[in-house]
Write a protein that binds this ligand. Structure first.
Ligand code: PRP
Length: 174
């Protein structure tokens, strides 16, 4: 299916400024703690790389891959764990890094997976929050931008696996 890019929603400069602020906040909140940032692939990869470098404290990284949208614009409702976590998170402070929280279903599955590993604490940082689409309760501790109910691509977010490499976040018409 061909897509049409409608408009820029968030510019590269706005993204980078907000990422620096989030990095500073997370660093302050986890000073002198054993921190692990968990990147939720694939969508969060670009945000994660920038946020990770915006932290000013010692930090480890971990990667997990989940999928529920496949090539659709609506969640299938079934969240698959494509690749799980390798590292022991026991007694660490975990910050889950997401690109977007939409229905909240991916986050629910993630929280269960991570809580089972008995970390000292778990917080969530999402670049985008689309609260009008929520079907389950989701707590996001660090939000980059709250956005309206539009389908968005760029800066890690895809449509049918493409457009993740765009530097800005765009609304699209499908
Ligand atoms: C997207 C996104 C989030 C999730 C949010 O992942 O990266 O992880 O959907 O949607 P939800 O709140 O409705 O669960 P997707 O399944 O598209 O995989 P991807 O990250 O590989 O693109």
């Amino acid at each position: 299916m061909k897509i049409e890019i409608e408009s820029t929603l968030i510019s590269e400069a706005e993204i980078q400024r907000r990422v620096r602020e989030l990095g500073q906040q997370i660093s302050e909140d986890h000073h002198n703690r054993e921190l692990v940032l968990v990147c939720v692939l694939k969508g969060a990869a670009l945000f994660f790389a920038d946020l990770f470098r915006a932290l000013s404290i010692p930090v480890r990284c971990e990667f997990i891959q989940l999928a529920s949208y496949d090539d659709r614009t609506e969640s299938s409702g079934h969240v698959r764990i494509v690749q799980g976590l390798n590292e022991n998170l026991r007694n660490s402070d975990v910050v889950i890094v997401e690109d977007i929280v939409d229905t909240g279903q991916t986050l629910t599955v993630l929280m269960e997976e991570i809580q089972a590993l008995e970390p000292a604490s778990v917080k969530v940082c999402s670049l985008l929050d689309k609260p009008t689409r929520r079907t389950v309760t989701a707590t996001i501790d660090y939000v980059g931008f709250e956005i309206p109910d539009a389908f968005v691509v760029g800066y890690g977010l895809d449509y049918a696996q493409k457009y993740r490499n765009l530097r800005e976040i765009f609304c699209i018409k499908t």
